[in-house]
Design a protein around this ligand. Sequence first.
Ligand SMILES: CC(C)(COP(=O)(O)OP(=O)(O)OC[C@H]1O[C@@H](n2cnc3c(N)ncnc32)[C@H](O)[C@@H]1OP(=O)(O)O)[C@@H](O)C(=O)NCCC(=O)NCCS
Length: 436
Amino acid sequence: MSRLKKQVQDKIEAWRPRTTRLLKEFGNTKLQEITIEQAIGGARNIKSLVTDISYLDPNEGIRFRGFTIPEVLEKLPKVPGGEMPYVEGFFFFLLTGDIPSTEDVKEVAEEFKKRSAVPKYVFDILKTMPKDSHPMVMLSTAILSMQRESEFVKEYNTGKLKKNDYWSPTYEDGLNLLAKLPEIAAFIYRLKYKDGKIIASDPNLDLGGNFAHMMGIAKPYDDVARMYFILHSDHESGNVSAHTGHLVSSALSDLYYSISAMVNGLAGPLHGLANQEVLAWIQGVYKQMDGKIPTEEEMKKFVRDTLQGGQVIPGFGHAVLRKTDPRYMAQREFCLKHLPKDPLFQYVDLLFKVVPPILLEQGKAKNPWPNVDAQSGVIQWYYGLKEYDFYTVLFAVGRALGVVANIIWDRGLGYPIERPKSVTTAMLEEVAGIKS
Ligand SMILES: CC(C)(COP(=O)(O)OP(=O)(O)OC[C@H]1O[C@@H](n2cnc3c(N)ncnc32)[C@H](O)[C@@H]1OP(=O)(O)O)[C@@H](O)C(=O)NCCC(=O)NCCS
């Protein structure tokens, strides 16, 4: 057993009595009351999920394992010559809650390398898909096609796998899948947008560096990839992609089913696809302005026209956050350092100034501030990744890190199948005292 797996096992076993005690001794303790608005309104803020991997404070933003984004970026071991931490070390940190040593990172990186070979049939399937398939459909299909590789299914079907050990083959599936995702994503990109001219993986590089290499994009894109995967990894459990992964896995569907489903949830325009929509929206403005930077007044008009057309402003608002997303701020800082003069960045900066007051004045959005998606496409565009249909695939590779870590722990702590209760409209009317 690898040191990481042993560490995860020890942590899960030490943690399990806490969950068991809460359940057995305090199972009837009330957590909150639920309103009709919450029942109709997408279960907003109903506390019915448990995770220790990240926590989203509405006013502070995300903390991974108790650390803010600047702390994570500062504390984790960095790739030599780069500004950003190893993605492999970040995964170690998500799984264990401990800051890895350089030695730990090296071991996890080796572990990923050993598991990185993508079965040939995955590439064959991708090649037969219609040319206009969305890259998220291709990613989801590629992941689902590998379900036959599941170690969990093999062990479960022996009839000898004990519930407390479910996490162990799930861990194997998780690492096997994560190690392959960068090559699958880069393959989709090159197949779809670069005439199928595939660049072979370089086993000497770390995950982020190898991804940049297979995409065919020069430095510092390796650091951009690392930053992107880390920032998009986890946002506690209730968002659509994380929740979908957790929900599907709660039926003991294996990780391939769960992560493929996670990708499908992320593909919606109100969720991950918003980063593609932001770029499409900005490009529209760019064209109408003939490439010139709009004045504040001109930009306000574009924003108001979009709202009057019944559209949302992509990249702004959030279901939980009530301030500017720290993931937005981390990327903004990167832009201020590396691409301050870039015209698209100047557009985004102008939007940061003009959109919140307009959303406030409109009075509908509970959070007028930008989220992660408002900033991320600009960085990709600047480094030459201009095919914005692909952006959500990058988000998905990052998000898989967090969802895999969560599912391993879900299985370790024996979380049951998820099954919230539904009611009818007539029942709600009765509770409300409405007489028909
Ligand atoms: C993220 C999002 C889906 C959250 O949805 P939510 O929790 O229902 O948001 P709110 O409670 O603030 O929504 C209340 C109203 O404000 C509107 N609103 C929220 N964000 C808005 C935005 N960016 N532009 C215009 N209107 C917005 C909603 O559409 C809703 O209008 P309605 O009452 O007419 O249906 C929403 O803010 C949104 O659509 N943002 C744009 C897409 C985006 O950036 N998604 C990525 C999120 S990380």
